[in-house]
Write a protein that binds this ligand. Structure first.
Ligand code: ADP
Ligand code: MG
Length: 484
């Protein structure tokens, strides 16, 4: 693929472009708190990014955007299908405590109980890589879009990511390549998410009720959330937003007549930016608080059903023949939607006990370098690659613990050089790979869809030294696509 600039860049010019780019990022709010003081706004830095936009095949970019509303509907359909969810997650919940705890809330509120709030809402981010069929020499037009996963909870970087094209345009100007800026698509991710959240807030039907950002204990990436918060206020100036941690909710949130209150403020929407990893639940009290929110009248982003639908296990089960078709009533044009969805799937395999799972074990042991083994986890750094797959499977043996995982074809993305710009780190020209995310918003009530939109994109790029890990995990940095 063609890069937008020639590498390496002359040293003097490079230093100049970097210095100017850092100032631009700081001036325009492309910022993050530092690793050293992650909870303080006294010291801030520019967010980690690549100096220039990375090439992305235009047809794959368009393909990913075109499939987003289909994926929104597909995932929505799964949330409504108790039988599918139960069958898909049956083995995983026997061996994975975290998924089981989530499932128990789902069961209690939505199967055995009578949920106070029928609105079902999520903001998704579908992540993709561009697979090179013929190795390094593969031309852009022969690359294939391959979905890595769909996130249904706490997908970040819509705020900062929306600002990357302007930073890259500025850097291209400074290197004398302004004309390349025409190939940088606009990114309206944060506007899309803000509109979705406001839409949900309106459906709650009480102008006085607030939107609650359920936040992390450590908020290094707070400005990404702030951009979203301020955009919400621009979309609708009547919305009040609050930020509260798990401990605040445990200590001070209550329900009265099913309405959720914290500090005497009624909550219309709970937007989860936390609560997606096991260690984030420090005691049974945290689980009780999650249950209380799910039972309440507040609209959750995501509902517990959407949280469960984001598991790797559901992704793998959806790749079985006929599984997507099961949800075709949700699509206005079923054949086309099913095709667009299927066209992005990589091979996915179940480790559930039985013949099917045994075949997966054999497949993985025969050529471990061709696969990724994934547990039911989010947030980066949990996947198993190459030789570690062999070691893990040998250790598990015939134990049913293997059902914690799924197996996926390993995508071989195009390797592209770029300069990585990170706080307190000298800029380095490195070989990198990119991952494209597409945001989507879906809101419905029972079988009826009320709102379905795609909402911009996110490009993250990481050094080939890292197999796994996103921006928050410290592996990837922010980027924006240069369409080729
Ligand atoms: P998480 O929920 O932790 O983000 P992902 O499925 O997104 O889990 O995997 C994390 C990272 O691992 C991805 O960002 C990507 O870099 C790498 N990865 C995951 N699946 C694959 C795959 N099939 N091929 C190549 N790399 C992968
Ligand atoms: Mg991911």
């Amino acid at each position: 693929m063609d890069n937008c600039v020639a590498f390496p860049v002359d040293q003097h010019l490079l230093e100049d472009v970097i210095t100017q780019g850092k100032d631009y990022a700081l001036t325009k709010g492309i910022i993050m708190r530092t690793r050293e003081q992650p909870n303080s706004s006294e010291v801030i830095s520019y967010a980690p990014h690549v100096l220039f936009p990375s090439p992305v095949p235009k047809h794959l970019f368009e393909q990913a955007l075109a499939a987003q509303e289909d994926f929104n509907l597909l995932m929505y359909g799964v949330t409504q299908d108790q039988e599918f969810l139960e069958t898909a997650l049956k083995s995983a919940i026997q061996v994975d405590d975290f998924t089981r705890k989530l499932y128990e809330i789902y069961e209690k509120v939505h199967i055995k109980g009578n949920p106070a709030q029928p609105i079902n809402f999520a903001m998704l981010r579908a992540d993709y890589m561009f697979d090179t069929a013929r190795g390094k020499e593969t031309p852009a037009e022969e690359m294939k879009l391959r979905q890595i996963e769909i996130n249904t909870i706490a997908s970040s970087f819509a705020g900062l990511g929306s600002k990357l094209p302007e930073l890259h345009r500025y850097n291209l100007r400074n290197i004398g390549e302004s004309e390349k800026a025409a190939s940088l698509p606009e990114n309206k991710a944060v506007d899309g998410l803000a509109k979705g959240l406001v839409e949900a807030w309106k459906l709650y039907g009480n102008e006085k009720a607030a939107m609650l950002f359920f936040i992390e204990d450590v908020s290094q990436n707070i400005f990404d959330q702030r951009i979203l918060e301020y955009t919400i206020h621009e979309v609708n100036s009547s919305v009040t937003t609050l930020r509260r941690k798990f401990s605040d909710i445990v200590e001070r949130a209550v329900t009265k007549d099913n309405k959720l209150f914290i500090d005497n403020i009624e909550i219309a929407v709970v937007y989860f930016r936390y609560g997606y990893m096991p260690h984030q639940y420090t005691s049974e009290k945290d689980w009780e608080a999650r249950l209380m929110m799910e039972q309440s009248l507040a609209i959750k982003c995501p509902s517990i059903r959407f949280h469960l639908v984001g598991t790797k296990k559901v992704q793998q089960e959806l790749s079985r023949p006929g599984a997507v078709e099961r949800f075709q009533n949700y699509f206005p044009n079923p054949a086309e939607s099913v095709q667009r969805i299927r066209d992005t799937f990589a091979g996915l395999y179940s480790f559930d006990m039985g013949e099917d799972g045994d075949t997966t074990v054999k497949r993985a042991l025969a050529e471990p370098e061709k696969y990724v083994m994934k547990p039911q986890r989010e947030g980066g750094g949990n996947n198993i690659f190459g030789k570690n797959i062999t070691a893990t499977l040998e250790k598990i043996g015939q134990d049913e613990k293997r059902a914690e995982y799924i197996l996926m074809d390993r995508v071989q993305p195009a390797v592209i050089p770029n300069y990585q710009i990170r706080h307190n780190t000298s800029p380095e020209l490195m070989d990198m790979v990119s991952e494209l995310g597409v945001f989507g918003v879906i809101i419905g009530k029972g079988p009826n869809i009320l709102y379905n939109n795609k909402a911009g994109h996110l490009l993250r790029t990481k050094s080939i030294c890292h197999d796994d890990g996103g921006v928050a995990a410290g592996a990837a940095v922010l980027d924006s696509p240069y369409l080729v």
